[in-house]
Design a protein around this ligand. Structure first.
Ligand SMILES: *[C@@H]1O[C@H](CO)[C@@H](O)[C@H](O)[C@H]1NC(C)=O
Ligand SMILES: *[C@@H]1O[C@H](CO)[C@@H](O)[C@H](O)[C@H]1NC(C)=O
Length: 482
């Protein structure tokens, strides 16, 4: 009797500790570094997949294969968490986890997760709800936080059925009534914000039914759903899809219900338009900076001064630039190496996003030199790379990420200060670090610059090159380094 009572008490304690999950805030996320993965494309279950699937890029069936499931799973991610950890990442953004339609469309199936059929079920192609919980637990055991991608703007498309007929509506859970959706229209005028919020994405060919996020019943369903999803699976953050397609006020209640760090996808280049959304969620993806990065870092004949100016103009437009999600590419835009093959340019762009103000996000495959163009070519399966950790890009990212992890919290709360900006070279101070980037690329001329350190370091201080620790420069008697 005694021993069984003892057992019961221990069990209760374990349950309690599981129930009190820690809700991670924007302030805590600020110092994280995020690896973005698409569950279907990242890793298959060990010993239990078809590694040939989606592996023959250039093969005649490839385009068809990559518009369908390639076989990645939650268990596959668990098996490769150390690959992520060794690259120095301490957070992952995973693609949406909810059940998708199994019906064929002209663009294939919803393997990517943005075409929901039932928001309460887990996508069984990826595994079970328990396996998803195991993934989060396995990530937490390695101090990797998990951000889940969520969609509230639309549900999945059904080709060949007329929108909002009974047959069409009955297929959705829980949004199966006409008044759960906006009156049917398709976005035509991309300059019209009202149309962008009210009408369907996907064009006339494959409209994504646009949820009526003004309907109080819908609001109630979504706020409860996000609260339950985050708690049930113990997620640390949410990435919100298509935020500009829903009225802004909806997001305040949605992100409050989630109760964890939220970062939204506002796909636009104008800092003032994107910045507005930071009043409704913790952060947004750094699209304005992304456009600047691809115009400058992919082109040795551009002007690095414009990066410096972009960094400045962001500050006026955002409530807090230190939590913006910075990236050089993702699953929605052509990969960096499809714009230029010069890996030195890629390394300089990566240095910028990994160390500038904000939270870096690196998309799977960057570390293996993937160079796919626009959707679907940028959504390659990772397994053909054999997950090699010896590639120069993998090692490069690991070095900077590991440096980032040694930095004090003051690095992440302080803003960068321009140290140098001309056509080809841009340098900034941030906290105690000096970060220098160029767009010379593989054409690597001998150049020298003298940077005034403005009293940041004492005369005689040695600065160590983190890419080559044997290399040091000393602050001279004029307070300059060069
Ligand atoms: C509509 O969805 C609700 C909630 O999920 C469910 O109870 C109801 O049976 C559904 N109605 C139809 C016609 O499928
Ligand atoms: C991965 O391994 C396979 C089998 O050993 C090999 O044929 C292939 O070339 C490797 N791929 C890379 C990118 O190293």
């Amino acid at each position: 009797m005694h021993s069984s009572k003892h057992f019961i008490i221990i069990t209760l304690l374990i349950l309690l500790s599981l129930a009190t999950a820690i809700a991670r805030t924007a302030a805590e996320w600020r110092s994280r570094t995020i690896y973005q993965l698409l569950t279907d494309r990242f890793a298959q279950s060990p010993g239990n997949g078809n590694l040939q699937l989606c592996a023959n890029n250039g093969g005649s069936n490839y385009i068809n294969e990559i518009r369908h499931y390639c076989g990645g799973t939650f268990t596959g991610i668990i098996d490769k968490l150390d690959y992520i950890k060794s690259m120095g990442f301490n957070a992952i953004w995973i693609s949406p986890v909810v059940k998708q339609f199994e019906k064929e469309t002209k663009y294939g199936l919803g393997w990517h997760g943005y075409w929901a059929q039932d928001i309460y079920e887990i996508n069984s192609h990826f595994g079970t709800a328990d396996e998803l919980k195991q993934l989060v637990a396995a990530a937490h055991a390695r101090d990797i936080w998990v951000m889940v991608d969520v969609v509230a703007n639309h549900m999945g498309p059904q080709q060949d059925l007329t929108p909002y007929t009974t047959e069409y509506l009955n297929a959705y859970t829980p949004f199966n009534k006409t008044n759960h959706y906006h009156d049917f229209c398709v976005i035509k005028d991309w300059g019209n914000d009202d149309e962008i919020e009210r009408c369907c994405l996907g064009g006339d060919e494959l409209p994504l039914p646009d949820i009526n996020t003004e309907n109080p019943q819908v609001i109630d369903i979504f706020y409860n759903w996000i609260k339950d999803l985050v708690r049930e699976y113990n997620f640390d953050g949410i990435r919100i899809d298509t935020v500009k397609h829903v009225r802004k006020e909806f997001w305040s209640g949605f992100t409050a219900a989630a109760g964890v760090f939220s970062i939204g996808e506002m796909f636009h280049g104008d800092p003032s338009k994107v910045g507005e959304y930071q009043n409704y969620m913790d952060a947004v993806l750094g699209y304005p900076l992304f456009y600047n990065i691809i115009s400058v870092f992919t082109n040795p004949f551009s002007d690095m001064g414009s990066v410096s100016r972009a960094v400045q103009s962001m500050r006026g437009a955002f409530k807090d630039v230190t939590v913006l999600g910075n990236f050089i590419d993702n699953h929605d835009v052509p990969r960096f190496l499809s714009r230029t093959q010069d890996r030195n340019l890629l390394k300089n762009a990566l240095t910028f996003v990994l160390l500038t103000d904000g939270i870096p996000i690196v998309y799977q495959g960057t570390e293996q030199g993937f160079n796919g163009g626009d959707d679907p070519w940028n959504r390659e399966a990772l397994w053909p790379s054999n997950y090699t950790q010896s590639s120069d890009l993998y090692q490069f990212i690991a070095t900077i990420n590991k440096f980032r992890q040694t930095l004090p919290s003051s690095y992440f709360t302080s803003l960068s200060v321009e140290a140098w900006a001309n056509d080809r070279i841009y340098a900034f101070f941030k906290d105690r670090a000096l970060v220098v980037m160029t767009i010379y690329g593989t054409y690597d001329p001998m150049f020298s610059i003298q940077i005034k350190t403005n009293g940041l370091y004492n005369i005689g201080t040695e600065l160590v090159n983190i890419l080559n620790c044997a290399e040091k420069i000393t602050v001279d008697n004029n307070g300059e380094v060069g």
